[in-house]
Ligand binder design. Structure first.
Ligand code: F1P
Length: 346
Protein backbone atom coordinates (compact mmCIF):
# COMPACT_ATOMS: atom_id res chain seq x y z
CA UNK A 1 0.00 0.00 0.00
CA UNK A 2 2.88 2.29 0.82
CA UNK A 3 4.44 1.70 -2.61
CA UNK A 4 1.07 2.21 -4.19
CA UNK A 5 0.61 5.61 -2.61
CA UNK A 6 4.16 6.84 -3.04
CA UNK A 7 4.50 9.68 -5.53
CA UNK A 8 0.76 9.67 -6.16
CA UNK A 9 -0.60 11.07 -2.96
CA UNK A 10 0.54 14.06 -0.92
CA UNK A 11 -2.33 14.65 1.45
CA UNK A 12 -1.09 17.91 2.84
CA UNK A 13 -1.13 19.49 -0.63
CA UNK A 14 -4.42 17.84 -1.52
CA UNK A 15 -2.46 16.16 -4.29
CA UNK A 16 -3.62 12.89 -5.82
CA UNK A 17 -2.42 11.84 -9.23
CA UNK A 18 -2.41 8.57 -11.10
CA UNK A 19 0.05 9.26 -13.92
CA UNK A 20 -1.09 6.29 -16.01
CA UNK A 21 -4.61 7.64 -16.36
CA UNK A 22 -4.39 10.68 -18.53
CA UNK A 23 -5.32 10.72 -22.15
CA UNK A 24 -8.54 8.75 -21.68
CA UNK A 25 -9.59 10.15 -18.31
CA UNK A 26 -12.68 11.83 -19.77
CA UNK A 27 -14.00 8.43 -20.86
CA UNK A 28 -13.98 7.43 -17.20
CA UNK A 29 -15.22 10.78 -15.98
CA UNK A 30 -18.26 10.83 -18.27
CA UNK A 31 -18.86 7.08 -18.46
CA UNK A 32 -22.55 6.13 -18.20
CA UNK A 33 -21.43 2.84 -16.73
CA UNK A 34 -18.25 1.21 -15.49
CA UNK A 35 -17.75 -2.51 -16.02
CA UNK A 36 -15.15 -4.10 -13.78
CA UNK A 37 -13.57 -7.39 -14.85
CA UNK A 38 -11.32 -9.78 -12.96
CA UNK A 39 -10.95 -13.31 -11.60
CA UNK A 40 -10.47 -14.63 -8.07
CA UNK A 41 -9.02 -12.09 -5.69
CA UNK A 42 -9.00 -9.45 -8.42
CA UNK A 43 -12.76 -9.90 -8.82
CA UNK A 44 -13.17 -9.37 -5.07
CA UNK A 45 -11.14 -6.15 -5.28
CA UNK A 46 -13.49 -5.17 -8.12
CA UNK A 47 -16.51 -5.75 -5.88
CA UNK A 48 -15.05 -3.45 -3.24
CA UNK A 49 -14.49 -0.91 -6.03
CA UNK A 50 -18.16 -1.17 -7.04
CA UNK A 51 -19.19 0.02 -3.58
CA UNK A 52 -16.54 2.75 -3.59
CA UNK A 53 -17.20 4.10 -7.10
CA UNK A 54 -20.96 4.15 -6.61
CA UNK A 55 -20.62 5.83 -3.21
CA UNK A 56 -18.03 8.43 -4.13
CA UNK A 57 -18.24 8.97 -7.88
CA UNK A 58 -21.96 8.08 -8.30
CA UNK A 59 -21.34 6.16 -11.55
CA UNK A 60 -23.21 2.85 -11.97
CA UNK A 61 -20.86 -0.11 -11.80
CA UNK A 62 -21.18 -3.74 -12.85
CA UNK A 63 -18.62 -6.28 -11.69
CA UNK A 64 -18.23 -9.40 -13.77
CA UNK A 65 -16.14 -12.52 -13.55
CA UNK A 66 -14.01 -12.24 -16.68
CA UNK A 67 -14.32 -16.01 -17.00
CA UNK A 68 -18.10 -15.64 -17.51
CA UNK A 69 -18.19 -12.35 -19.36
CA UNK A 70 -15.96 -13.62 -22.18
CA UNK A 71 -18.29 -16.52 -23.00
CA UNK A 72 -21.68 -14.84 -22.82
CA UNK A 73 -22.99 -12.19 -25.14
CA UNK A 74 -22.78 -9.13 -22.89
CA UNK A 75 -24.23 -5.78 -23.84
CA UNK A 76 -21.31 -3.39 -24.19
CA UNK A 77 -21.66 0.24 -25.28
CA UNK A 78 -18.88 2.37 -26.77
CA UNK A 79 -19.27 4.81 -23.88
CA UNK A 80 -18.68 2.10 -21.27
CA UNK A 81 -15.48 2.38 -19.29
CA UNK A 82 -14.03 -1.01 -18.44
CA UNK A 83 -11.60 -1.52 -15.57
CA UNK A 84 -9.68 -4.80 -15.84
CA UNK A 85 -7.92 -5.96 -12.70
CA UNK A 86 -5.15 -8.55 -12.61
CA UNK A 87 -2.18 -9.15 -10.36
CA UNK A 88 -0.19 -11.17 -12.89
CA UNK A 89 -1.46 -9.34 -15.95
CA UNK A 90 -1.52 -12.69 -17.74
CA UNK A 91 -4.87 -14.25 -16.80
CA UNK A 92 -6.31 -15.62 -20.06
CA UNK A 93 -9.96 -15.08 -19.09
CA UNK A 94 -9.37 -11.43 -18.23
CA UNK A 95 -7.41 -10.87 -21.42
CA UNK A 96 -10.17 -12.43 -23.56
CA UNK A 97 -12.83 -10.34 -21.77
CA UNK A 98 -10.82 -7.18 -22.48
CA UNK A 99 -10.54 -8.04 -26.18
CA UNK A 100 -14.30 -8.58 -26.33
CA UNK A 101 -15.07 -5.23 -24.68
CA UNK A 102 -12.51 -3.49 -26.87
CA UNK A 103 -14.07 -4.92 -30.03
CA UNK A 104 -17.34 -3.20 -29.04
CA UNK A 105 -15.61 0.16 -28.68
CA UNK A 106 -15.36 0.39 -24.86
CA UNK A 107 -12.35 2.09 -23.29
CA UNK A 108 -10.25 -0.20 -21.12
CA UNK A 109 -8.32 0.83 -18.03
CA UNK A 110 -5.95 -1.64 -16.40
CA UNK A 111 -5.08 -2.19 -12.75
CA UNK A 112 -2.16 -4.61 -12.99
CA UNK A 113 0.87 -5.39 -10.92
CA UNK A 114 3.27 -6.63 -13.56
CA UNK A 115 4.66 -3.86 -15.73
CA UNK A 116 4.47 -4.61 -19.45
CA UNK A 117 2.30 -7.70 -18.90
CA UNK A 118 -0.13 -8.86 -21.62
CA UNK A 119 -3.15 -7.27 -19.90
CA UNK A 120 -1.31 -4.00 -19.28
CA UNK A 121 -0.46 -3.88 -22.99
CA UNK A 122 -4.00 -4.73 -24.08
CA UNK A 123 -5.61 -1.83 -22.17
CA UNK A 124 -5.87 1.76 -23.37
CA UNK A 125 -4.22 2.99 -20.22
CA UNK A 126 -4.06 2.19 -16.54
CA UNK A 127 -2.39 2.44 -13.16
CA UNK A 128 0.05 -0.13 -11.84
CA UNK A 129 -0.30 -1.38 -8.29
CA UNK A 130 3.48 -1.42 -7.58
CA UNK A 131 2.98 -4.15 -4.97
CA UNK A 132 6.19 -5.97 -5.88
CA UNK A 133 6.19 -9.65 -6.83
CA UNK A 134 3.64 -11.92 -5.15
CA UNK A 135 5.85 -14.62 -3.65
CA UNK A 136 3.05 -17.09 -3.12
CA UNK A 137 0.57 -18.18 -5.76
CA UNK A 138 -2.49 -16.93 -3.86
CA UNK A 139 -2.85 -13.16 -4.10
CA UNK A 140 -2.54 -11.33 -0.79
CA UNK A 141 -0.80 -7.97 -0.98
CA UNK A 142 -2.23 -7.69 -4.50
CA UNK A 143 -5.68 -7.26 -2.94
CA UNK A 144 -4.79 -4.31 -0.71
CA UNK A 145 -2.80 -2.71 -3.53
CA UNK A 146 -5.64 -3.14 -6.03
CA UNK A 147 -8.18 -1.68 -3.62
CA UNK A 148 -5.84 1.26 -2.96
CA UNK A 149 -5.44 2.07 -6.66
CA UNK A 150 -9.17 1.66 -7.32
CA UNK A 151 -9.93 3.92 -4.38
CA UNK A 152 -7.57 6.58 -5.72
CA UNK A 153 -9.24 6.31 -9.13
CA UNK A 154 -12.68 6.71 -7.57
CA UNK A 155 -11.55 9.67 -5.47
CA UNK A 156 -9.95 11.37 -8.46
CA UNK A 157 -13.13 10.94 -10.51
CA UNK A 158 -15.39 11.95 -7.60
CA UNK A 159 -13.43 15.16 -7.15
CA UNK A 160 -13.50 16.01 -10.86
CA UNK A 161 -17.25 15.30 -10.96
CA UNK A 162 -17.64 17.43 -7.82
CA UNK A 163 -19.31 14.60 -5.99
CA UNK A 164 -17.13 15.02 -2.93
CA UNK A 165 -16.64 18.28 -1.11
CA UNK A 166 -13.10 19.65 -0.84
CA UNK A 167 -13.04 19.03 2.93
CA UNK A 168 -14.19 15.42 2.62
CA UNK A 169 -11.64 14.83 -0.14
CA UNK A 170 -8.77 16.16 2.01
CA UNK A 171 -9.89 14.16 5.04
CA UNK A 172 -9.93 10.98 3.00
CA UNK A 173 -6.46 11.70 1.57
CA UNK A 174 -5.06 12.24 5.07
CA UNK A 175 -6.59 9.05 6.33
CA UNK A 176 -5.41 7.12 3.27
CA UNK A 177 -1.88 8.31 3.94
CA UNK A 178 -2.08 6.82 7.46
CA UNK A 179 -3.20 3.39 6.24
CA UNK A 180 0.30 1.82 5.89
CA UNK A 181 0.91 2.65 9.57
CA UNK A 182 -2.46 1.14 10.54
CA UNK A 183 -1.68 -1.98 8.53
CA UNK A 184 1.64 -2.29 10.39
CA UNK A 185 -0.33 -2.08 13.65
CA UNK A 186 -2.82 -4.66 12.42
CA UNK A 187 0.01 -7.08 11.63
CA UNK A 188 0.99 -7.05 15.31
CA UNK A 189 -2.03 -9.22 16.12
CA UNK A 190 -0.34 -12.11 14.34
CA UNK A 191 0.28 -14.16 17.49
CA UNK A 192 -3.32 -13.93 18.65
CA UNK A 193 -4.48 -15.11 15.25
CA UNK A 194 -2.07 -18.03 15.42
CA UNK A 195 -3.72 -19.10 18.71
CA UNK A 196 -7.15 -18.96 17.09
CA UNK A 197 -5.81 -20.96 14.13
CA UNK A 198 -4.71 -23.71 16.55
CA UNK A 199 -8.29 -24.05 17.76
CA UNK A 200 -9.89 -24.19 14.31
CA UNK A 201 -7.22 -26.00 12.28
CA UNK A 202 -9.29 -29.20 12.09
CA UNK A 203 -12.53 -27.55 10.95
CA UNK A 204 -13.99 -28.85 7.75
CA UNK A 205 -16.14 -25.81 6.99
CA UNK A 206 -16.15 -22.11 7.80
CA UNK A 207 -18.46 -19.21 7.04
CA UNK A 208 -17.32 -15.60 6.53
CA UNK A 209 -19.80 -12.76 6.90
CA UNK A 210 -19.55 -9.02 6.31
CA UNK A 211 -21.72 -6.16 5.14
CA UNK A 212 -21.22 -3.20 2.78
CA UNK A 213 -17.59 -2.60 1.87
CA UNK A 214 -16.70 -5.68 3.87
CA UNK A 215 -18.99 -8.13 2.13
CA UNK A 216 -16.36 -8.65 -0.63
CA UNK A 217 -13.72 -8.96 2.10
CA UNK A 218 -15.72 -11.86 3.56
CA UNK A 219 -15.60 -13.50 0.12
CA UNK A 220 -11.86 -12.91 -0.03
CA UNK A 221 -11.29 -14.36 3.45
CA UNK A 222 -13.17 -17.51 2.44
CA UNK A 223 -11.23 -17.76 -0.83
CA UNK A 224 -7.87 -17.52 0.96
CA UNK A 225 -8.85 -20.33 3.33
CA UNK A 226 -9.98 -22.52 0.41
CA UNK A 227 -6.92 -21.76 -1.71
CA UNK A 228 -4.19 -22.40 0.84
CA UNK A 229 -5.64 -24.67 3.54
CA UNK A 230 -8.18 -26.65 1.44
CA UNK A 231 -10.93 -26.10 3.99
CA UNK A 232 -14.35 -25.53 2.51
CA UNK A 233 -15.38 -21.96 3.24
CA UNK A 234 -18.15 -19.68 2.05
CA UNK A 235 -18.47 -15.92 2.22
CA UNK A 236 -21.84 -14.18 2.30
CA UNK A 237 -23.25 -10.74 2.94
CA UNK A 238 -24.22 -11.02 6.64
CA UNK A 239 -27.79 -9.96 5.82
CA UNK A 240 -28.09 -12.88 3.41
CA UNK A 241 -27.49 -15.42 6.17
CA UNK A 242 -31.19 -15.66 7.04
CA UNK A 243 -31.96 -16.54 3.41
CA UNK A 244 -30.33 -19.95 3.59
CA UNK A 245 -26.84 -20.29 5.09
CA UNK A 246 -28.28 -20.03 8.61
CA UNK A 247 -29.32 -23.68 8.22
CA UNK A 248 -25.62 -24.60 8.40
CA UNK A 249 -25.02 -23.08 11.83
CA UNK A 250 -24.40 -25.45 14.74
CA UNK A 251 -21.69 -25.92 17.38
CA UNK A 252 -19.35 -27.30 14.71
CA UNK A 253 -19.49 -24.23 12.50
CA UNK A 254 -16.96 -21.43 12.98
CA UNK A 255 -18.31 -18.13 11.66
CA UNK A 256 -15.91 -15.28 10.98
CA UNK A 257 -17.60 -11.89 11.23
CA UNK A 258 -16.24 -8.58 10.05
CA UNK A 259 -17.86 -6.54 12.79
CA UNK A 260 -16.14 -3.19 12.78
CA UNK A 261 -17.89 0.01 13.83
CA UNK A 262 -19.15 1.14 10.45
CA UNK A 263 -22.66 2.13 9.48
CA UNK A 264 -23.88 -1.47 9.58
CA UNK A 265 -22.44 -2.25 13.02
CA UNK A 266 -25.79 -2.69 14.78
CA UNK A 267 -27.06 -5.04 12.11
CA UNK A 268 -23.89 -7.14 12.38
CA UNK A 269 -24.32 -7.31 16.17
CA UNK A 270 -27.77 -8.83 15.67
CA UNK A 271 -26.35 -11.28 13.09
CA UNK A 272 -23.80 -12.38 15.71
CA UNK A 273 -26.64 -12.90 18.20
CA UNK A 274 -28.43 -15.09 15.64
CA UNK A 275 -25.34 -17.27 15.23
CA UNK A 276 -24.70 -17.52 18.98
CA UNK A 277 -28.35 -18.49 19.55
CA UNK A 278 -27.66 -21.50 17.30
CA UNK A 279 -24.43 -22.34 19.13
CA UNK A 280 -22.13 -21.32 16.26
CA UNK A 281 -18.55 -20.38 17.16
CA UNK A 282 -17.90 -16.70 16.44
CA UNK A 283 -14.55 -15.16 15.52
CA UNK A 284 -15.10 -11.42 15.17
CA UNK A 285 -12.87 -8.78 13.60
CA UNK A 286 -13.67 -5.69 15.67
CA UNK A 287 -12.35 -2.22 16.36
CA UNK A 288 -10.10 -1.71 19.34
CA UNK A 289 -12.01 -1.54 22.63
CA UNK A 290 -15.26 -3.10 21.41
CA UNK A 291 -16.62 -4.49 24.68
CA UNK A 292 -20.05 -5.33 23.33
CA UNK A 293 -18.85 -7.82 20.72
CA UNK A 294 -16.11 -9.08 23.06
CA UNK A 295 -18.87 -10.16 25.44
CA UNK A 296 -20.68 -12.11 22.72
CA UNK A 297 -18.02 -13.62 20.46
CA UNK A 298 -15.83 -16.64 21.21
CA UNK A 299 -12.78 -14.75 19.92
CA UNK A 300 -12.17 -11.17 18.91
CA UNK A 301 -9.39 -9.77 16.76
CA UNK A 302 -8.93 -6.04 17.26
CA UNK A 303 -7.90 -3.71 14.46
CA UNK A 304 -7.56 0.11 14.31
CA UNK A 305 -10.51 2.26 13.27
CA UNK A 306 -10.63 4.12 9.96
CA UNK A 307 -13.23 5.63 7.61
CA UNK A 308 -15.79 3.10 6.37
CA UNK A 309 -14.60 3.33 2.77
CA UNK A 310 -11.03 2.44 3.78
CA UNK A 311 -11.86 -0.46 6.11
CA UNK A 312 -11.27 -3.28 3.54
CA UNK A 313 -7.58 -2.33 3.54
CA UNK A 314 -7.40 -3.34 7.21
CA UNK A 315 -10.07 -6.01 7.64
CA UNK A 316 -8.58 -8.32 5.01
CA UNK A 317 -5.25 -8.61 6.89
CA UNK A 318 -6.47 -10.77 9.83
CA UNK A 319 -8.38 -12.97 7.40
CA UNK A 320 -5.26 -13.55 5.31
CA UNK A 321 -3.27 -14.31 8.48
CA UNK A 322 -5.92 -16.73 9.74
CA UNK A 323 -5.85 -18.65 6.44
CA UNK A 324 -2.05 -18.62 6.52
CA UNK A 325 -1.72 -20.02 10.05
CA UNK A 326 -4.38 -22.68 9.55
CA UNK A 327 -2.66 -23.78 6.32
CA UNK A 328 0.76 -23.97 8.00
CA UNK A 329 -0.67 -25.97 10.93
CA UNK A 330 -2.26 -28.40 8.48
CA UNK A 331 1.09 -28.87 6.77
CA UNK A 332 0.04 -27.19 3.52
CA UNK A 333 2.50 -25.43 1.25
CA UNK A 334 1.19 -21.88 1.44
CA UNK A 335 3.38 -20.58 -1.37
CA UNK A 336 2.54 -23.35 -3.78
CA UNK A 337 -1.00 -24.58 -3.09
CA UNK A 338 -2.09 -27.71 -4.93
CA UNK A 339 -3.88 -27.27 -8.27
CA UNK A 340 -3.24 -23.52 -8.40
CA UNK A 341 -1.12 -21.71 -10.96
CA UNK A 342 0.52 -18.34 -10.54
CA UNK A 343 -1.02 -17.11 -13.76
CA UNK A 344 -3.95 -18.93 -15.21
CA UNK A 345 -3.06 -18.62 -18.87
CA UNK A 346 -5.48 -21.16 -20.30
C1 F1P B 1 -6.37 -14.21 -10.59
C2 F1P B 1 -6.33 -15.43 -9.67
C3 F1P B 1 -5.85 -15.06 -8.26
C4 F1P B 1 -5.71 -16.30 -7.40
C5 F1P B 1 -4.78 -17.33 -8.07
C6 F1P B 1 -5.28 -17.64 -9.45
O1 F1P B 1 -5.10 -13.78 -10.91
O2 F1P B 1 -7.64 -15.96 -9.61
O3 F1P B 1 -6.73 -14.16 -7.65
O4 F1P B 1 -5.21 -15.97 -6.12
O5 F1P B 1 -3.47 -16.83 -8.14
O6 F1P B 1 -5.46 -16.41 -10.21
P1 F1P B 1 -4.74 -12.35 -11.49
O7 F1P B 1 -5.51 -12.14 -12.76
O8 F1P B 1 -5.08 -11.34 -10.46
O9 F1P B 1 -3.25 -12.47 -11.74
Amino acid sequence: VHNCLRGRLIAEKGHLQLGGINKYIDRLLYAKRIIILGCGTSWHAGLVAEYIFEELARIPVEVEYASEFRYRNPIIYPDDAVIAISQSGETADTLAAIELAKSKGATIFGVCNVVGSSIARATHEGAYTHAGPEIGVASTKAFTAQVTVLLMMALMIAKKRQNVAEAQFSELLYELESIPEKIAKTLKINEEIEKIAHIYQHSSNMIYLGRGYNFPVALEGALKLKEISYIHAEGYPAAEMKHGPIALIDEEMPVVFIAIKDNSYEKVVSNIQEVKARKGRVIAIVNEGDNLISSMADHVIEIPATYDVLTPLLTVIPLQLLAYHIAVLRGCNVDQPRNLAKSVTV
